[in-house]
Design a protein around this ligand. Structure first.
Ligand SMILES: O=C(O)CCC(=O)C(=O)O
Length: 286
């Protein structure tokens, strides 16, 4: 069977079945996480890694946060964010200012009874340390990035996030050129879901476009979303995302958040980026 003509520009950037899949586990499995970071498999999802009580407490803190009142740097009006938004920061210094401004509030929102996200990240750090790999926050000029941001999206009719990738090809690099995170070998997205209604799945296409494919599609450097026509006919995974799930995936593959099936949806997550800087260091930032 011939592929639809529109899928041709991305035909050369597919991966085989051993790679293009999500490992699915009940609870956290840091070996699986490590397999994603070192490029053995596209993604991993840990179902119920956070308990319903932890998720409910974090949501309560998030929706009551004083920093939510002015989501000045949110990318779209439907977003509610506590934490920095790197891609829309005016400069690296402005981003780091935002990291420092929001750090105490992010910690306070996450500080709930039970095993919360910081405890899970400590486990991940300890697991990597056993492999002689240091997990640390990305830095610049002695200042540290945020560990994650908290974000809620409220779309009901359109994609919660349009198809995009998170490689540096799509970043506004001149402003951020000196950030060490730009030098990582593989960009991975990591998330923890605290609440979600119907819909809002992660849609993940078998295409990891590089600069050449982006040029063929007519996408200038820094362009964010892929045209939907370019994805027609491509293999994809649609992954249900539930409260309590923690997941990580290769951010070089085109991915999107599906529309919600509800009128008044809250899809609230912690979001961060991670990836290996070298054989001994994994960076984390938001
Ligand atoms: O919310 C998700 O499941 C995916 C998030 C994502 O693609 C992003 O933040 O770039």
């Amino acid at each position: 069977m011939t592929e639809p003509r529109s899928a041709d520009p991305l035909a050369g950037c597919r991966r085989g079945p051993e790679y293009f899949r999500f490992l699915e586990r009940d609870g956290a499995d840091w070996d699986a996480w490590w397999d994603v970071l070192r490029g053995r498999v596209a993604g991993a999802i840990f179902r119920g890694a956070l308990t319903p009580d932890v998720c409910a407490s974090i949501c309560r803190n998030f929706w009551n946060s004083p920093l939510l009142a002015s989501p000045a740097r949110a990318v779209r009006s439907a977003d509610r964010v506590v934490g920095p938004v790197l891609v829309s920061a005016a400069s690296l210094d402005a981003y780091l200012d935002d990291c420092e401004r929001t750090r105490p509030e992010i910690a306070a929102i996450s500080d709930v009874p039970g095993r919360s996200l910081p405890a899970l990240l400590d486990d991940c750090r300890a697991h990597l340390a056993k492999r002689d790999v240091e997990l640390r926050l990305a830095e610049h000029g002695g200042r540290q990035a945020a560990p994650y941001k908290l974000r809620s999206r409220a779309d009901s009719e359109s994609f919660g996030l349009r198809p995009h990738d998170d490689t540096p090809h799509g970043w506004p690099t001149p402003r951020l050129a000196d950030f060490e995170a730009l030098r990582i070998k593989r960009v991975c997205n990591a998330l923890a879901c605290f609440e979600n209604g119907a819909g809002g799945e992660l849609v993940y296409w078998n295409a990891a476009p590089g600069p050449e494919e982006r040029r063929t599609l007519g996408m200038p450097p820094g362009n964010y979303g892929y045209p939907l026509e370019a994805l027609t006919g491509l293999e994809k995974i649609t992954l249900e995302i539930r409260p309590g799930d923690v997941y990580v995936f290769d951010g070089g593959h085109v991915h999107a958040v599906a529309p919600s099936g509800e009128r008044d949806v809250r899809r609230t997550t912690a979001v961060w980026m991670t990836g290996p800087l070298d054989d001994r260091t994994v960076l984390q930032w938001a």
